[in-house]
Design a protein around this ligand. Structure first.
Ligand code: SF4
Length: 481
């Protein structure tokens, strides 16, 4: 059976689709869906006794409910072996209204293709639609004491653009999406064994995110100084065509020459390490003792689970803090459960030093933002929280801005990679060794007390702040040399 996601994969890259059928990559959801959207829409639209589709339903079952005049929720229909879901069809006396349901705040126009396919398959099956709306989450909803579905969801007859502004009627976009479903289905079926098919690397392989099968397609294809590891560069493909496959070969304006790219190229020419000592000393001079190394863990909820939260707000459930002062290094930690926001704030405030620099890896996009959100929800703590985020300094900056670049970084500068390069430490031995796994384990911990999981979470977060301590001292040592 083929699904819309299969068509999408195939049209992105035939080998990508083929891989996805050979070995699926486990999916760890980034956000927590704390309500079932299909239950919410029944309540929102006040649908009594609708037909609710189940996994594996035959089209005949859906059609039977349709002809009985029932409202349909998440109902399956097929054309050939292509199966697609009808999210919600409300059958009124005078018209049939199709609601496209989204667990996000701004459904984008790129959804129009899927709607076009859905309407086509519905039409193949003799189903009619008179009106179409998008049913999605209201970004401005702020939860009160209880969850209010009629305020949290909303209906729109337009799609949204990347700036979250309305950008045109649904059918104007859908009508522009004509495509030959039969042709695509036939081409998928004709796909043979692609294990031996050699693909050229293209922007498709890394557009938006790196393809899950990248290493299968190009095993060890790129050495550390490969031009393909040049960051934020669209010109690297031109370089390849000109025969420049190593950053060390770049001499002039073949690339964009950002500060980071300059560091990469210089390190490649030296076959080792590039350090902008002057700039690094300037950055280090901002740091004052005591130094606090800080890291948070959090989870993102699609629907606000507690008062004063909005859709897709995060709830910080853990912190780790190493404090370095004249007495050496000490460690503090916290894990909370359920609505632990106030407990988290009070615990943090009580243990963090009142003075000195707070070093955080990716501070502005993460920890500082988390504290600002908490200050909005609990203004009584704003002053103290502000004093924390205002003392934060981003430890990622020397690496992301090209102050320090080691060819072994191969274009990456995340905390785990840097720790493994500049110390003997590694996350590999830890039971929890990445952020999404920490969130998954925390979800388990929320359901039942489990000391083992709690300890594994403590160790993971502690490793992050210890890694920050190690990196800071690595940078400090560099300017002494
Ligand atoms: S790495 Fe590129 S060529 Fe290989 S499967 Fe992914 S998108 Fe296709």
């Amino acid at each position: 059976m083929l699904h819309e996601s299969d068509l999408k994969k195939f049209l992105r890259c035939d080998k990508y689709y083929w891989f996805s059928k050979q070995k699926s990559v486990p999916y760890l959801p980034f956000v927590t869906h704390n309500y079932d959207i299909y239950e919410l829409i029944q309540e929102y639209l006040e649908l009594k006794d609708p037909f609710v589709g189940q996994r594996g339903d035959e089209t005949s079952k859906t059609l039977e409910a349709y002809h009985e005049g029932k409202n349909l929720i998440n109902a399956r229909i097929s054309y050939r072996d292509f199966r697609i879901n009808i999210p919600c069809l409300v059958q009124k006396e005078d018209k049939k209204v199709l609601y496209l349901v989204y667990s996000n705040c701004y459904p984008k126009a790129n959804e129009a293709q899927k709607i076009h396919d859905l309407l086509k398959v519905m039409s193949f099956n003799g189903m009619e639609v008179d009106e179409i709306y998008l049913l999605h989450i209201n970004a401005n909803y702020e939860r009160g004491e209880s969850f209010n579905v009629s305020e949290c969801l909303m209906v729109s007859d337009e799609f949204y653009n990347d700036r979250c502004k309305k950008c045109g009627k649904i059918m104007d976009h859908v009508n522009a999406c004509e495509r030959d479903l039969d042709d695509i289905i036939d081409r998928i079926h004709a796909l043979g064994d692609m294990s031996e098919v050699k693909k050229e690397r293209s922007s498709v392989c890394t557009a938006h995110y790196k393809c899950e099968y990248f290493n299968d397609c190009f095993p060890n294809a790129f050495h550390d100084t490969s031009i393909m590891n040049l960051v934020q560069s669209s010109k690297k493909y031109d370089c390849l065509e000109m025969g420049i496959d190593d950053m060390a070969q770049v001499v002039g304006d073949e690339v964009e020459a950002s500060r980071m790219q300059y560091a990469q190229i210089m390190a490649a020419k030296k076959q080792g390490l590039f350090v902008d000592k002057f700039a690094l000393m300037g950055w280090l001079s901002k740091i004052t003792y005591p130094i606090t190394y800080l890291d948070f863990e959090w989870q993102t909820y699609v629907y606000p689970p507690y008062e004063k939260m909005k859709p897709f707000d995060v709830l910080v459930f853990q912190y780790s803090m190493h404090v370095e002062d004249e007495n050496g290094l000490r460690h503090e930690e916290y894990i909370g459960k359920e609505d632990c926001r106030i407990e988290f704030i009070e615990d943090l405030i009580s243990k963090i030093p009142d003075t000195g620099t707070i070093l955080v890896f990716n501070a502005q996009g993460a920890e500082a933002l988390r504290l600002q959100q908490l200050a909005e929800q609990f203004p009584q703590y704003e002053e103290k929280l502000r004093s924390i985020w205002e003392r934060m300094l981003d430890l990622a900056l020397p690496f992301s801005c090209g102050l320090v670049y080691d060819v072994r970084m191969a274009g990456e500068y995340n905390l785990k990679k840097l720790l493994s390069l500049f110390s003997d430490l590694s996350y590999d031995e830890l039971e929890i060794n990445q952020g999404l796994l920490a969130v998954k384990k925390y979800r388990e911990l929320e359901n039942e007390e489990n000391e083992e999981i709690k300890q594994a979470l403590y160790k993971y977060c502690e490793m992050d702040t210890y890694a920050e301590y190690v990196l800071y001292h690595y940078l400090k040592d560099l300017v002494k040399k």
